[in-house]
Every structure is written in structure tokens, then in C-alpha cells.
Design a protein around this ligand. Structure first.
Ligand code: XMP
Length: 523
């Protein structure tokens, strides 16, 4: 049994971040809804429990709460923001609407004799975001941090191992947040820190071998980070018992299909059966004349299932269908609804219905994305694949406005290749010159093809060609995004190269729109 810290989610926007930070400190951490029964928590016997923030006021009748017994188990509990207020409220402290709302970076004074705050400065900046405040700590609690407007920025009952902190240590704006969470798991929960990616890979290989026995496993490999890491892991565990089906739908980025084949194909480094299905023409035929974005998505999704089924049926019955489900998928499909227990995730596109398999195997379902990447490096996957930016399942199908044609795919592939190359070069040069990442470093960047054709002039000739749109966004959660301030000279160089090198383009535009009102993709 791996030592585990449990996060109980009260609806705060940073709940996944809390779990990620705990794992970064080297301790495995899982998230459960506040509706999870205490008996289940007891069974898991966690080393520590963390209560997250949330949007409610804990003193109102219908607000999320938890049984008082949680604080009597002898397991260390750390409450953050709402979690801190709830702990204080339940244990007899006073929580009410604050006379002054604290929001943002806030100077905070710490008592360093607290196990949570050892080795951090007496005064530093924390991230606050609350309307309510703890006016008076519960009986038995000692105040261990305060701010100008917040008399109880942290309180603790060391003997009972209960800790309440009003600010958000999981957010990077809290200067010593990482140390505080690390102090919690090591000084308070007395964890050893056994969560490491090399041991994860080793243990998973063992677990996969045990589960699969001499069975056959089928995996749909897309070339994205998750399915590639799943392929690497399964290959190390069971070799040729694994068959990967890679469907090239003709909507991949430039050279991507060949890159996937290079890594996983017969000349690559992985022991597995690799089947590449060149379904490009089949997709172009199906998509011909279709311009409505939802219809295009539907066709691409359905066709994938059909092609995959056909290949699977050639192979015959398999014992397991492998999926690259990762932990955020699990959390998002289980915590949002009414159910307290996390349910298994089903990919949005649905499972193929005619493939004959007995069970599903999801080797990455415990991992966050950054951990999937680390596992990928452990497994020897190339860095360019492991650190690949997100690429949507329907591929360039959501980056071509209007009807999709083979020629349009070529244009967007070539323009996108140039754009990514120049942005990557500029980012690398910036880092070398300044020793840090550029502020404008986008989280996702790509070229899309607008459906606009307009008049231009090339040499002495009139042209009537397409406009390429460059997109680059900064985002944390991909739910909201801002356009990134790529330096003008970089954009200018990209524009010149695209016009010179990509036939069929006579205009290059940069999309400034944030999300909302725009989306990140352009379809
Ligand atoms: P939008 O365009 O909705 O994109 O602002 C948000 C993020 O989701 C990605 N995206 C997808 N990913 N299948 C995926 O796996 C899809 O159908 C899909 N559509 C959008 C997009 O690249 C961005 O990161």
C-alpha cells in the first residue's frame, strides 16, 4: 500500500492543483467529493486529509459540510480557505462575513514555531481569496499566522494535528506555498515520500503483467502524449501481447504520422505489434462537401470508431482494450455530479461497440498530465513527443474553417509547421539569452486556415488565395484563455516564411481574441 493523502473537494477552483502539489512533494494524493462517506475515508487509512476551498459560506444551512468525526480520527487534517473556515465552524470557532474582503497577494506574518511554517520567513506573500473570515479560532486552537485584515490567517491544534489556513498554498503566488505543503506532509503527516515516477513505472509494469497474464491487449494509439505513454508502458510490461492500432486520418500535423511510426513501428524501440491504417482518403471522401463544424466533428469521430473496429475485427477477440485515461478525466467525470464515488471514465467519443474484449485496462488513470510526461521520459520516449502541446482528437479538422480538402490540409500543415518552428526557436533564444522563459510563452499555438479567399498581388500577378490565421494563447485550464503577446518580429518572420513557402496563401493574420468570447480552436 502506497502512503496516500486525501483531498476532500468542496468545489474550489484549485482542487486539482492541491493534489498535484502534494504529489510534487513526493506523496501520492487522491481527490474525493465532500459527499464521500467517512467509512470509505477510514478504510483508505490516509496519512493526511486536506479540505479544499469552495464558493460557499460554511455557516449557511445548505452549504457543503462534513461530519465532525473527521476531526476525531487522529489523522492530520489541513483545511484550506473554505476548508479552514469549515473546520473552525464545526469545532466552535466564529466564521462570518469579513469587514474587508481579501483578494490577491497579501503580506502575511507567520509564527515559525508551527510545524507548518518552520523554515519559512516570518513575513511573506500569500494568495488570498475570501469574503468570509475566521474571526475567532475554535477552542484549543492557537493562531499561527495573521495579516492586516485577517486576525486568523492560520490556526492550529498541534496535539490533535488540526491545521486551518485561510490562504491558498497551492497557488504559485503564495511565495512559500510549496514549502508549507511539504511541511504538512513530512512534518505533520510524517510521510516518507514514496511517490516517484521511476517506482510508478516499475510497479505498473508488475501490475499490468499480473492483470493481463498471457492475454491480448488492444490499444488505439493516436500519437498524443497519453496514448503514447500508455503504449510505452504496456510494451515494457507485455511486449507482443500488445497490439497498437494507429489510424492516420489525414488530419494530423505535418510529418506526425511518420513520426509515430518511427517510434512505435517495426524499426522503433518498442516491442509490440504496430498497425498503421492509412485512412486519409477515406476521411477526405467522407468529409467532402461538409462545412458545418459539428457535422465535421461527428464524421471524424464516427469514422475513427469504424476504422478501429474494422482493424480490431481482423485481429479477432482480445482480452483487454487499453485506454489512455488520465486522472483529471477520472476526477472530472466523477466529482461534478451527485455521486460521491468516482466513476470510471468513458471517452467522449464512446467505445467501439463491435470490438470483442473482456475488460478495460487504464494504466495511467492515477496520473496527472505532468506525471504522464515524467513517466514517458522514464520509458525512453523522445522529448518532442512527451512535451507535445495539446492536439485535439479531430486534429486539423477543427483548424480548417469550411469544407475540408486535401489541399487545405496541406496548406494548414505547412503553415503550422513553419509557425511552430519559428516560435520554438524564438522561445529557445529568449531562454538562452535571459536564463528564464519568455513571459509571452504560449500554452498552445498553431496555425489555422480561415475560409476566406481574397485578392492579393505576388510579383506582378494578381492572386486570389487563402488567409492563414495564427493563434497563440496563454491559459491555465484551457477553459479561459488570453492571446499571447508574441513579439512582432517573430510574427513578421512567420508571415514572410508562410507567404514565400506555402503555395495558396496570400495573407497571414494573428488572432487576438481571448476565450471567451472566442474558443481556442478555430472551426
Ligand atoms: P476550445 O477550442 O474548445 O479548446 O477552446 C479548448 C482545448 O481543448 C482542445 N480541444 C479538443 N481536444 N478533442 C480533444 O481531445 C476535441 O474534440 C477538442 N476540441 C478542442 C483544444 O485544442 C484546446 O486545448
Amino acid at each position: 500500500m502506497r502512503e496516500t493523502v486525501i483531498v476532500i473537494d468542496f468545489g474550489g477552483q484549485y482542487n486539482q492543483l492541491v493534489a498535484r502539489r502534494v504529489r510534487e512533494a513526493g506523496v501520492y494524493c487522491e481527490i474525493y467529493s465532500y459527499k464521500t462517506d467517512i467509512e470509505k475515508i477510514k478504510e483508505m487509512n490516509p496519512k493526511g486529509i486536506i479540505l479544499t476551498g469552495g464558493p460557499n459560506s460554511c455557516y449557511e444551512d445548505d452549504s457543503p459540510t462534513y461530519t465532525k468525526e473527521l476531526f476525531e480520527l487522529g489523522i492530520p487534517v489541513l483545511g484550506l480557505c473554505y476548508g479552514a473556515q469549515l473546520m473552525q465552524h464545526i469545532l466552535g470557532g466564529t466564521v462570518e462575513k469579513a469587514p474587508v474582503r481579501e483578494y490577491g497577494k497579501t503580506e502575511t506574518f507567520f509564527d515559525n514555531s508551527s510545524k507548518l511554517f518552520t523554515d519559512i520567513p516570518e513575513k511573506s506573500v500569500t494568495w488570498m481569496s475570501h469574503f468570509d473570515y475566521i474571526k475567532e479560532a475554535a477552542p484549543g486552537f492557537k493562531v499561527s499566522a495573521h495579516t492586516k485584515d485577517c486576525p486568523v490567517a492560520a490556526a492550529e491544534d498541534e496535539e490533535k494535528k488540526l491545521y486551518a489556513i485561510q490562504f491558498h498554498p497551492e497557488v504559485l503566488h503564495t511565495e512559500h506555498g510549496k514549502e508549507i505543503l511539504s511541511n504538512y506532509v513530512y512534518n505533520v503527516c510524517e510521510c516518507k515520500g514514496d511517490w516517484k515516477m521511476d517506482t510508478f513505472v516499475e510497479e505498473s509494469i508488475k501490475a499490468i503483467r499480473e492483470k493481463v497474464g498471457d492475454g491480448k491487449v488492444l490499444l488505439a494509439l493516436s500519437g498524443g502524449v497519453d496514448s503514447s505513454v500508455a503504449a510505452g508502458l504496456l510494451s515494457k510490461a507485455i511486449g507482443k501481447q500488445l497490439t497498437c492500432v494507429f489510424v492516420d486520418h489525414g488530419l494530423l500535423r505535418k510529418n506526425e504520422g511518420d513520426e509515430v511510426e518511427e517510434i512505435f513501428g517495426p524499426n522503433g524501440n518498442y516491442d509490440l505489434n504496430f498497425i498503421r491504417v492509412n485512412a486519409q482518403q477515406r476521411y477526405y471522401d467522407k468529409l467532402s462537401g461538409v462545412s458545418e463544424p459539428e457535422n465535421k466533428r461527428k464524421i471524424i469521430g464516427e469514422e475513427f470508431i469504424r476504422v478501429f473496429e474494422e482493424e480490431a475485427n481482423k485481429i479477432g477477440a482480445v482480452d483487454f482494450l487499453a485506454q489512455g485515461t488520465i486522472y483529471p478525466d477520472v476526477v472530472e467525470s466523477g466529482l461534478g455530479g451527485e455521486s460521491a464515488v468516482i466513476k470510471s471514465h468513458h471517452n467522449v467519443g464512446g467505445l467501439p461497440d463491435t470490438v470483442d474484449f473482456k475488460d478495460i485496462i487504464e494504466p495511467l488513470r492515477d496520473l496527472f498530465k505532468d506525471e504522464v510526461r515524467k513517466a514517458g521520459l522514464e520509458l525512453g520516449l523522445p522529448e518532442y513527443l512527451v512535451f507535445r502541446q495539446p492536439f485535439p482528437g479531430p486534429g486539423l479538422g477543427v483548424r480548417i474553417v469550411g469544407e475540408i480538402t486535401e489541399d487545405k490540409v496541406r496548406i494548414v500543415q505547412d503553415a503550422d509547421f513553419i509557425y511552430r518552428e519559428e516560435v520554438d526557436n524564438a522561445l529557445k533564444a529568449y531562454k538562452e539569452a535571459n536564463g528564464k522563459e519568455a513571459d509571452w510563452k504560449p500554452d498552445q499555438y498553431f496555425a489555422a486556415l480561415t475560409n476566406m479567399q481574397s485578392v492579393g498581388v505576388m510579383g506582378d500577378e494578381r492572386t486570389y488565395d487563402f488567409a492563414v490565421c495564427l493563434r497563440a494563447v496563454k491559459t491555465i485550464d484551457f477553459m479561459t484563455a488570453e492571446s499571447s503577446e508574441i513579439p512582432y518580429e517573430v510574427l513578421n518572420k512567420v508571415m514572410t516564411r508562410i507567404i514565400n513557402e506555402v503555395k495558396g496563401v496570400n495573407r497571414v493574420m494573428y488572432d487576438l481574441t481571448s476565450k471567451p468570447p472566442g474558443t481556442i480552436e478555430i472551426e
